[in-house]
Design a protein around this ligand. Structure first.
Ligand code: RB5
Length: 147
């Protein structure tokens, strides 16, 4: 699975921790920046890079970390085919993929620490969209809004 990840200064530290921990578990991340801590960088630059990768089919799942997760989520959802959500609990992170085909997880580096983030990211990465008819029907209705 191709996974893209990005963060601004508000999420940089958490992004680095997530990459380190999950790389050891065999996940491979393409880091779309920021690759250095820069207190003056802007979250849309990295949210846009992650969202474009999903939109263009270069990755299946994305993770964006900013201070709250909110700005990243707003920016990412401007891209066609991107279904980004802020999830700071494990239930939403898993169900968001199973039921709603969420393909970008947004986290707030100023909101949660690495221990809950580990469980959230783990649930998100392991989950797959359910093939149950009702979820496919609902996703089709959501996708129709993009047209
Ligand atoms: C940056 O200071 C902060 O505004 C940003 O990381 C994010 O929280 C926006 O939603």
């Amino acid at each position: 699975m191709n996974i893209v990840i990005g963060a601004d200064h508000g999420g940089f530290a958490l992004k680095e921790e997530i990459k380190e921990i999950f790389s050891k578990q065999g996940y491979v991340f393409t880091d779309l920046g920021n690759t250095v801590y820069d207190a003056n960088d802007d979250y849309p630059d990295f949210a846009g890079a992650v969202a474009a990768a999903i939109c263009e089919g270069r990755a299946e799942k994305g993770i964006i970390v900013c201070g709250s997760g909110v700005g990243a989520c707003i920016a990412a959802n401007k891209f066609k085919g991107v279904r980004a959500c802020v999830c700071h609990d494990t239930y939403s992170a898993r169900q968001g993929v199973l039921h709603d085909a969420m393909n970008v997880l947004c986290l707030g580096g100023r909101i949660i620490g690495i221990e809950p983030a580990k469980e959230i990211v783990s649930g998100y990465l392991q989950a797959q969209f359910s093939d149950e008819l009702r979820h496919a029907r609902r996703l089709a209705k959501v996708l129709a809004f993009e047209k």
